[in-house]
Ligand binder design. Structure first.
Ligand SMILES: Cc1cc2nc3c(=O)[nH]c(=O)nc-3n(C[C@H](O)[C@H](O)[C@H](O)COP(=O)(O)OP(=O)(O)OC[C@H]3O[C@@H](n4cnc5c(N)ncnc54)[C@H](O)[C@@H]3O)c2cc1C
Length: 471
């Protein structure tokens, strides 16, 4: 009888683990099923490129069905588990509820944005972890410029043209650099916006940006952002967020209608419903073999797991793709070992390098102790991601996108209506006179997206929520 192996989550860790298991365990010996809520893996380091319009959104994802060989993909939401009965509960894409039995379970459900109880944060800020958030952010920037062209009053225009990113890790720093690059590329098409000017602010609670990279490189990255006109506020936190402003711990109030929150992650909420032991920060308690404490048949890796960091005694590994990938390989090997295919080995990885791509041919990088900055670092960063992106087709698409972007720049189309087809019978769509609560931007959105204004949380920007899952 073949063993039943379940892999939960098809991101960096889950996808890598499934691929590794295909090689380590003969397919007659085990049936590997990967459960994921979307049918692709999001390559998050390229998300800022998709937000900034240098990459096609479809080119920063890996279709799981194409890349998996003998593993089966089950599209669905994991809703819970009972390890004492060795079952996982899944709500399938077809709408049914299934209880999946397993002999070996590997959990790789990743993380979601951590949102502290800051007044107005949940209502007015947007995250930057998913494809839908990245595209919504881009659309917001374009939409804000469209609105600013018509709005009366300099104060209102300034708030529309001011963008704040909170959190200066990978996502925040690369995200703000790409967004500002994109906005400055297209602002010439908006005469009134050009006159008022764009304002970008990066807010970070710690003393410096990018705690993950050497201080010298972080300083270089900060200087590069400032050179581009981006305001960097370190040792600063957010006190409250409103629809048209944000207040900082320093007391400063920044007028803005776009706040992007990238300050921290936490495991997916479903992780607490799997019946597994958790650490204080909610991650799955896992040993250095990636095995879950007290369970011989459950393994956990990636952002959702607290696998001990070999580089920092007593600390869990940081939530990065590099760690997720390596843990996945270790866990898959150990799981295969538990099925009689190979020997156990511990997770030993220490960060070999980091790359922070800031667009415009600028980046900072640190590889095996060597520090890089400027164009060489940018070239290294792109080559690294190109090498890591699975599949030749997708590598080629990236090269084409980057090359086209270099030659032709970017376009300013706002595609908020994607995934929101208008109603077939549109005789009841209100006119502006009949819908006085809407501003012009909302009205445009209403007509193109076919949604109702109450469906949008803050009513100030289009949202694509076709795939609103974490990446
Ligand atoms: C913008 C950005 C840039 C980044 N850049 C870098 C970088 O340059 N280098 C680096 O090392 N790290 C980077 N990271 C961090 C990196 O993305 C994460 O550490 C990595 O994705 C973690 O991998 P994972 O497999 O644990 O989780 P994920 O990749 O998030 O995968 C989790 C998977 O589980 C699925 N899932 C979640 N809940 C359920 C459920 N209930 N049912 C079914 N499926 C579910 C999700 O849809 C997803 O497919 C970046 C992150 C972001 C947001």
């Amino acid at each position: 009888m073949a063993w039943n192996v379940l892999v939960l989550g098809g991101g960096f860790a889950g996808f890598t683990a499934a691929r590794r298991l295909e090689r380590r365990v003969p397919h007659q010996a085990a049936k590997v099923t990967l459960v994921n809520d979307v049918n692709f893996m999001l390559y998050t380091p390229l998300l800022p490129g998709a937000a900034g319009g240098t990459l096609e959104p479809r080119h920063v994802v890996v279709p799981l069905r194409e890349e998996l060989r003998s593993s089966e993909l089950l599209l669905g939401h994991v809703t819970g588990a009972d390890p004492s009965r060795k079952v996982v509960n899944v709500q399938t894409a077809g709408g049914g509820k299934e209880e999946l039995p397993y002999d070996q379970l590997l959990v790789a459900l990743g993380s979601t944005s951590r949102t502290p109880p800051i007044p107005g944060l949940k209502e007015h800020a947007i995250g930057f972890k998913t494809l839908s958030e990245a595209i919504a952010l881009r659309n917001r920037v374009v939409h804000a410029m469209e609105q600013a062209e018509h709005v009366e009053g300099e104060d209102a225009r300034r708030a529309l043209l001011s963008f704040v990113v909170v959190g200066a890790g990978y996502a925040g720093l690369e995200g703000i650099a790409e967004m500002q690059d994109f906005a400055s590329d297209v602002v010439d098409l908006y005469p009134r916006c050009r006159m008022t000017g764009l304002r970008f602010t990066l807010v970070e609670a710690r003393e410096r940006v990018m705690g993950e990279i050497p201080a010298q490189l972080a300083e270089y990255a900060t200087a590069e952002l400032r050179r581009r006109g981006i305001e960097v506020r370190t040792s600063t936190t957010v006190k409250q967020v409103a629809a048209d402003s944000l207040e900082l711990s320093s007391g400063e109030v920044i007028p803005t209608r776009t706040v992007c929150w990238t300050a921290g992650v936490k495991p997916h909420p479903v992780v607490s419903r799997l019946g597994l032991p958790l650490t204080d920060d909610g991650r799955i308690d896992t040993d250095r073999f990636c095995q879950v404490a007290g369970f011989s048949d459950v393994w956990a890796v990636g952002d959702a797991a607290a696998v001990p960091d070999p580089a920092r005694r007593g600390q869990p590994s940081p939530p990065t793709a590099q760690h997720a990938l390596r843990q996945a390989k270790v866990a898959a090997d150990n799981l295969a070992g538990a099925l009689g295919n190979g020997r156990r080995r511990p997770f030993r990885y220490r960060t070999l390098g980091v790359f922070v791509d800031m667009g415009r041919h600028q980046a900072v990088a640190s590889t095996v102790g060597i520090k890089w900055r400027g164009f060489p670092a940018w070239f290294l960063a792109r080559s690294y991601h190109l090498a890591l992106m699975p599949g030749t087709k997708r590598k080629l698409r990236l090269v084409v996108d980057w090359t086209v972007g270099l030659v032709f720049g970017r376009d300013a189309s706002e595609l908020g209506q994607l995934g929101h087809p208008p109603a077939l019978d549109r005789s009841n769509v209100p006119s502006m006179d009949e819908a006085p609560g809407l501003d012009e931007g909302d009205f445009l959105q209403e007509r193109t997206a076919g949604g109702t204004p109450t469906e949008r949380p803050s009513g100030d920007g289009p949202q694509i929520d076709a795939e609103s899952k974490s990446g």
